[in-house]
Design a protein around this ligand. Structure first.
Ligand code: SF4
Length: 361
């Protein structure tokens, strides 16, 4: 019997009297769960809820707007991760609402797979300003921090939209509308930051929490752990991904993060501001801070307009308050071919993942 089958059988043997709501924070987890069909394989009393684990989905709308302006009006080369190119901002029927459309309109927008590519682009740009639009959680921001710590070319600037994951989970737990009874914590983040970062879920909120890897077996093991903790009323942090997640995390990556970034309050699209949830460039990197260097292209009045597109339920999906197929426009008109909200754009967005897994209304 495979490990996944074994854990599934163990879960099925558990006496689950009522429904239990287990949130998985990570887009990678959601992809594994959906593609392996774990929701239909598990007993119906277990409700798996995708959480705010897609950095593209929660990237402030005003930051995307600023990146578009930097490319179109500031004549900077804008390098960013591919998923960001199709995320729309709220500009009504205006022709340019995404970085992809800005590129079609003549802006020099470069999709990249790794931050190091931004340095290569800058070195070849003959002094032309290059902006790395850095969007991501801890695992993505660690390589950005390493790039910065190793020294940046004079013409390379960072538009930083990095976020930390645990403050968003804390916000959910503090909410009157808390939607989870247990948490499957993100394995990649814990690999960088250490498992200890997730202990607050059990210590402060008395809820089960288990860190999972990305295989169905690892996820099922973590799900089993949270249900046992819940049944026995013994919440604790269980590291179910010990082969990758070590106490203290990755010291080198954490050192780079500490050297390059401060932690500040940050806006999350669809959620709003969250205290101590955003990476901000240390003052020593001010010469490379795109927000300081290009103030004319600041989002200005749009700074507090960072809502989801009209008619879209992404905010409620991101907060786990509804499942993707409960959105009013899931599939019609919102689909990967014509995404309305960011959750249908990104490979880590719950709506796109559910659509790719064949979930239809
Ligand atoms: Fe947003 Fe589209 Fe998902 Fe609705 S279906 S929540 S509009 S991405």
């Amino acid at each position: 019997m495979s490990d996944a089958r074994l854990w599934l059988e163990r879960i099925r043997e558990l006496p689950i009297p009522d429904g239990i709501r287990i949130m998985n924070v990570c887009g990678g987890h959601e992809r594994s769960i959906s593609m392996a069909g774990l929701r239909t394989a598990l007993p119906p009393a277990i409700r798996l809820i995708p959480g705010p684990g897609c950095p593209v989905c929660i990237c402030p709308e005003e930051d995307i707007y600023q990146a578009i302006r930097l490319g179109l009006e500031g004549e900077a080369v804008v390098a960013t991760f591919g998923d960001m190119l199709r995320v729309p901002v709220n500009l009504g029927r205006q022709a340019v609402r995404t970085l992809e459309q800005a590129k079609a309109a003549g802006a020099d927008i470069r999709p990249i797979a790794s931050p190091i590519e931004a340095r290569i682009i800058a070195e070849k740009a003959a002094g032309k300003p290059v902006v790395l639009f850095a969007v991501g959680f801890e695992t993505t921001m660690a390589p950005v921090a390493a790039l910065m710590a190793e020294g940046l070319p004079d013409n390379l600037y960072i538009l930083c939209s990095g976020r930390l994951t645990w403050p968003a989970v804390k916000l959910l737990l503090d909410s009157d509308e808390c939607v989870l009874d247990a948490l499957v914590a993100p394995g990649h983040v814990a690999t960088v930051m250490g498992p200890e970062e997730w202990a607050f879920v059990a210590d402060d909120y008395r809820l089960p929490v288990a860190i999972a890897g990305f295989t169905p077996a690892s996820l099922l093991r973590a799900i089993h752990s949270t249900i046992v903790q819940w049944l026995e009323e013994t919440p604790r942090l269980d590291n179910c991904y010990p082969e990758a997640v070590k106490p203290g995390g990755n010291p080198k990556a954490r050192e780079f993060l500490d050297r390059s970034f401060d932690v500040a309050a940050g806006n999350w699209r669809g959620i709003g501001p969250i205290a101590a949830s955003a990476y901000a460039l240390k003052p020593g990197f001010a010469a490379h801070d795109a927000r300081l260097h290009f103030p004319d292209y600041d989002a200005g009045d749009r700074r507090h307009a960072g809502e989801m597109p009209a008619g879209c339920d992404c905010a409620r999906v991101v907060l786990g308050r509804i499942q993707p197929d409960e959105c009013r426009i899931y599939g019609k008109p919102c689909s990967p071919r014509s995404p309305v909200g960011p959750c249908m754009v990104s490979d880590e967005g719950a709506c796109r993942i559910w659509w790719a897994a064949g979930v239809r209304k």
